[in-house]
Ligand binder design. Structure first.
Ligand code: PLP
Length: 427
């Protein structure tokens, strides 16, 4: 008998993620078409805008030394090499050398490369967690952690964002009910809200409950800690992190990711992570240029200092105007917009349009990426931004406040929601 419905029917309706924008063929708010040349200024709709939405923390996307290594690698190896997966014909001494350097820098025995951070998190977690095991993840964890937990054959539990009390009570209940192992999954820097996982307090629970800890430090790697070693180093607990995960898509301004751990666990992941076992190996252009990038990150204290100066200037300027800036301890500047009973998407669109029309490219973030009822601009200050870029941006936020007669006072219920995100560190 024939099926009554066509699986493609939904594609003509306005359902799915951002369905209304898809139907309208919107390219302003969703999937905006931006000229790809990276930097502090980027072209959108025929005009240069000050760019606050790319994770180029250390300005390495524009770095000429890295480009030169990539050009040389393209000339030597072409764009396809190595052909095949690491298991077959895609393993090279250069991949092994990059893994060795990553392990040394992160203070771990060994590391394994992945083609994307997203695939690396999924490959690592799904290869490690079995049916008797339990994965306990933070409520605001990135989609790749959520997807990995759903794909793994393990039990999954969630704890309130950055709540040590809630994590402990979940750990107690899992200990009572399950026979298998436990792995806690957190981000190092929460990439949307800019707050840090309380890794010192989470690690303190390890002694009592004996779980393994996986830290996806996509936004802390290269940015936080000594020489950019990341958030666990920032808290002095890198030796207690069982799997330290970094992506190259943010501060490293490239592509790929890695898990750093013990040699035995690295070997297990290398042989069992389906997202890499059954995928082509990371191309040589990236392997070679990432070796250069790693050197620059390690020697990048000046770059990091400039990024922090820029972050502090932007946060302070916007706070002085009366904007509510999230209490995160990372460089990310999270600007919360007052909602006053309106739809968050309506507020977000109005403000995004105002900012972009005045030459400031920012992106509004709403549910489900942040809690329901909030609207936020997640701004990434980078080494490349100039003082003029920052001051101009602050001036445009002033114009927005005055011309749209924004009442920047946060309603008490919105403040309560924001406090729940930032906990103790809320501004
Ligand atoms: C916390 C976190 N993990 C993983 C990823 C995915 O990394 P990639 O872009 O390298 O696939 C991201 C990117 O948004 C992220 O923010």
């Amino acid at each position: 008998m024939q099926n009554q419905t066509d699986i493609f029917d939904k594609c003509s309706g306005d359902g799915g993620y951002y369905g209304a924008q898809r139907v309208e063929d919107d390219h302003y708010f969703t999937r905006p078409i931006v000229d790809p040349i990276p930097g502090r200024l980027m072209e959108f709709e025929g005009q240069q805008r000050i760019m606050w939405s790319v994770n180029n923390y250390l300005g390495l996307a524009e770095n000429q030394e890295i480009k030169a290594v990539a050009v040389e690698a393209a000339q030597t190896y072409g764009v396809s090499a190595p052909m095949g997966s690491r298991m077959m014909t895609g393993n090279t001494p250069h991949h092994l050398e990059l893994e060795r350097r990553l392990a040394t820098f992160t203070g771990k025995e060994a590391a394994v490369l992945f083609n994307y951070g997203y695939l690396g998190v999924i490959g690592t977690i799904t290869s490690l967690a079995g049916p008797d095991d339990t994965l306990i993840m933070d409520k605001l964890a990135h989609a790749c952690i959520v997807d990995a937990a759903m794909m793994a054959p393990a039990q999954v539990r969630v704890f309130k964002h950055n709540s040590i009390k809630d994590l402990e009570s979940v750990l107690q209940s899992v200990q009572r009910q399950s026979k298998g192992g436990i792995m806690v999954l957190v981000e190092g820097v929460y990439g949307m809200t800019g707050d840090l996982a309380r890794l010192d307090e989470i690690c303190a629970l390890k002694q009592k409950y004996g779980f393994r800890l996986f830290v996806d430090d996509a936004h802390g790697w290269g940015v936080m800690g000594s020489q950019g070693r990341g958030v666990a180093d920032h808290f002095g607990v890198q030796d207690q992190v069982d799997v330290y995960f970094g992506t190259f898509a943010k501060a490293f301004a490239s592509i790929g990711g890695f898990s750093a751990t013990t040699k035995a666990v690295r070997d297990w992941i290398s042989y069992n992570a389906r997202t890499q076992v059954f995928a082509k190996s990371l191309p040589m252009i990236y392997v070679k240029s990432l070796q250069k990038t790693l050197e620059l990150v390690i020697a990048g204290d000046e770059n990091r200092a400039r990024m922090w100066q820029n972050s502090n200037r932007l946060k302070q300027g916007l706070r002085e105007l009366g904007y509510f800036i999230g209490g995160g301890q990372s460089p990310i500047c999270a600007v919360f917009a007052p909602i006053n009973g309106e739809q968050t998407e309506t507020v977000g669109k109005r403000l995004v349009k105002f900012l972009r029309d005045r030459g400031v490219f920012a992106t509004a973030i709403t549910y489900p990426v942040i809690p329901l009822g909030l609207c936020m601009f997640r701004m990434i200050p980078t080494t490349s931004h100039t003082t003029e870029d920052i001051d101009r941006t602050i001036e445009v936020f002033r114009q927005m406040r005055d011309e749209l007669t924004m009442d920047l006072k946060m309603a008490p219920e919105d403040q309560a929601k924001i406090s729940r995100v930032y906990g103790k560190s809320a501004a």
